[in-house]
Design a protein around this ligand. Sequence first.
Ligand code: ZN
Length: 324
Amino acid sequence: MDLLRTARYHDWLIISGSLVVLTVVTAAFHASSLLSFAAFADSGGPARWSGLPARLLIGSLLSLLVAVVSYRLRFLDSSGSVATFVLGVIIFGIGGWPFSAPMLSFFFLSSVLSKVAERRRREISSLFEKSSRRDAGQVLANGGIAAIAILIWHVTGAPLWYMLFLGAVAAVTADTWATEVGILLGRNPRSVINWLPVPAGTSGGITVAGVAGSVAGAFMIAVAGWLVRMPGPAYSFGIKGIVCLTVSGVFAQVLDSVLGATIQAQHVCPVCGRHTERRLHCGGVATRFHSGLRWVNNDVVNALCALGGVVIVFGVLRLVDGRI
Ligand SMILES: [Zn+2]
């Protein structure tokens, strides 16, 4: 299998490192009675607020741990670590385990996938705007909408916001996995717009492997959310919910590809003449704006993908359950 051959010693070190971190974080959550979310059985207001300062304190410590370890593992650069810490306080401290587990699954599994795909990515990376090390823009684009959903859930207590949160995470996971699996195993990418062949790494290019990756990513988040969901009938969702979330995540990823091929800013390198997302190319030469909207970079497209996930899951849930 291609993926296993590509992963060398150093990749496996990263993979085992992240599994250790995941285990430590899980153990910390379970060991702490303050983070027991049994009190969240229903959408009663006071339960969400009780013990909040203590939960924020523990959330900050866990968040600091994740930010530092991710920096050491080179998942994140320094700006990305700071952004991860801030989002982590919201996710761990306010959301608790039902929100943290899907987000951590996205974060660590996607980071490992990016690292494994890094060698292949380097061959075509001159087209990509970003490397496998994520910065603040990427972290906020991928996690910002989800964090906002947590804050709204906390204030309103409406269980629907748990599903909408999962919709945002399923969307960004589907998108990340489509990109990384597409880079690793995808061959002969075609434009999502006109189905013509495009060079590997082109925004809006899709491959069969990429689509399979996006289905797997969205499904993984749906299952993670189902496994750790809050107790109580308001939060129970079965196969139907898992299917809705998976389908929504994949649709949001398709939306991401369409936006990538249409409104995302594309530049042309004056030296080599290639089309790229990058502002600098061929050893730091400034590229010329070519098409799309100037202010729409990859981060804007990713944030719109997350927002798309929220909107699409809301629509799909409405379709299958008139009460929403
Ligand atoms: Zn160039």
